[in-house]
Design a protein around this ligand. Structure first.
Ligand SMILES: *Cc1c(COP(=O)(O)O)cnc(C)c1O
Length: 486
């Protein structure tokens, strides 16, 4: 027998409006100071820092705790130590977003908890996602008839693109089909291919030219070679901003090759796509509109919280054809193309109302606000680049095309590649040691590089100045110190 009282009025699962207000005020007591500290918060802290005092794992759920205690646990003993992509000094990897209005949208979405993947169940809300997809398609220059849906991130969008292409272009036996990507591709392209059922050996990683863009001659020769061997070239991906160096592949040229060779052309624009809001970005991303499918990551370029990705396709019909299966127990689907049943064109059925966290900020502030912020990221990256390239012993490995570049220290007569790599790892550790700035490294062709990626919405001129100072102040000390330990 249930122990619940007949009247549920006092049950916390059925919170009243008044109680909600009270609980939220406890949450705000923690969130408000946290938020106000973010612009100048440390950009990272290592998990093994002496300050680290995180709550140990719990193998069993104990007895219930109070909200105040749980908030304390979160804010005092779990949120730190961590990387902090929401702080201005975070210039590592590809920074995520976290604009607070998106969190307000999430609160609303969670409480109303409507079913948004079948149009007739909540048409006004399903239309929000459909509208966002139209705005994004318009932005990338896709024609009428294009479509798409919101994913949880770029990896899922890449996977979904490859599955869609496979279902459109190949039969049930696709073991001979070949996928082409550059050796600078995000690892999620390989993962997506494998998860879409392709043998890993069928993914050709084409070498890049010295600007880290896919080498078109090698690509063409490889395609010819594969055809000659009786294989089926099937899909080529281009990057609108690689993660390593921010390089943008020659998208127009890739489109031509894809057309000549009848390949599906997918562009991974998870990092760089939203720069097409800016004049400079549009110029760099020329050819984006010629793709068959595009991955965007609003949780990067639109500064939204994690869990917000997007797949766009030139033909909405392709998504429908790839995903449609009938289910007698669902409400009827719509015939009218303007009324989108998202469960019909994507892998998920029940899911969160992720569109609201894009819609609210975009409707509140318009494209213009985001354009200005992205323009500022390009400016800040240029500022960092101009300063860093003029420093002694610095070698630029890849100038910025959007808001990322890579460099290293390379003192003359340094003994070997290996020790140059360790010197740069040491240099990076010194730059990051103050924790106000966080940069990350990568390895290309065996060379360890340091990268700066400006994409956090809270990054401003003072953070770039701090970053430049951290680099400048550590050059000679790193060289001296390294020499003495080498
Ligand atoms: C971030 C990123 C991805 C993966 O996206 P997630 O949202 O992290 O799943 C894929 N490609 C590129 C170029 C990226 O920058």
């Amino acid at each position: 027998m249930s122990q619940l009282p007949i009247s549920s009025a006092n049950s916390p699962l059925e919170l009243t409006g008044h109680q909600l207000r009270q609980e939220l005020s406890l949450v705000l007591d923690q969130l408000v100071p946290y938020l106000d500290g973010l612009p100048d918060d440390d950009a990272w802290a290592p998990h093994d820092s002496p300050r680290a005092n995180i709550t140990p794992r719990e193998s069993r759920l104990g007895s219930p705790c109070s909200l105040v205690d749980l908030l304390d646990d979160l804010f005092q003993r779990r949120i730190h130590p961590s990387f902090s992509p929401t702080s201005g000094g975070y210039l590592a990897y590809v920074p995520g977003g976290g604009i607070p209005h998106a969190a307000i949208a999430d609160l609303i979405a969670g409480i109303i908890n409507k079913y948004v993947t079948v149009w007739s169940v909540a048409p006004g809300l399903a239309n929000i996602e459909a509208d966002i997809i139209s705005w994004f398609n318009d932005l990338v220059g896709f024609p009428t008839g294009s479509g798409g849906y919101l994913t949880t991130g770029g990896s899922m969008a890449n996977w979904s693109a490859i599955v869609t292409a496979r279902r459109m272009r190949l039969g049930d036996d696709f073991s001979n089909a070949i996928i082409y990507a550059s050796d600078q591709s995000h690892h999620s392209i390989i993962k997506a291919s494998v998860l879409a059922g392709f043998p890993e050996v069928n993914v050709r990683l084409i070498p890049c030219d010295d600007t880290h863009r896919i080498d078109l001659q090698v690509l063409k020769s490889q395609i010819a070679l594969d055809r000659k061997s009786g294989l089926t070239p099937f899909l080529v991906t281009g990057h609108a901003g690689t993660t390593n160096t921010g390089a943008v592949d020659p998208l127009e040229d890739l489109a031509v090759i894809a057309q000549q060779e009848q390949l599906w052309f997918h562009i991974d624009a998870a990092y760089g796509g939203f720069f097409c809001l800016t004049d400079r970005g549009r110029d760099v991303l020329r050819g984006l509109h010629r793709a068959d499918s595009i991955t965007l990551d609003p949780h990067k370029g639109l500064f939204l919280p994690y869990g917000t990705g997007c797949l766009l396709v030139r033909e909405q019909a392709a998504l429908r054809q790839a995903h449609q299966v009938d289910a007698a127990y669902l409400p009827p689907f719509q015939e009218d193309a303007a009324h989108v049943d998202f469960c019909e064109i994507s892998p998920e059925l029940s899911r969160d109302f992720r569109a609201l966290r894009i819609w609210l900020p975009l409707k509140l502030f318009g494209w213009d606000m985001f354009t200005q912020y992205l323009d500022q990221k390009i400016d800040l990256c240029t500022q960092a680049f101009d300063a860093v390239k003029s420093l002694e012993h610095i070698e630029i490995m890849s100038p910025p095309q959007l808001s990322t570049f890579a460099f290293r220290i390379a003192p003359p007569d340094f003994p070997s590649k290996t020790s140059l790599n360790s010197l740069n790892q040491y240099f990076l550790a010194r730059i990051n040691a103050q924790r106000k700035i966080f940069l990350s490294g990568t390895t290309i062709d065996g060379h360890f590089l340091i990268r700066i990626c400006v994409l956090c919405f809270r990054t401003h001129e003072k953070h770039i100045e701090q970053c430049i100072a951290a680099i400048e102040n550590n050059i000679s000390a790193s060289i001296e110190n390294y020499k003495s330990i080498d």
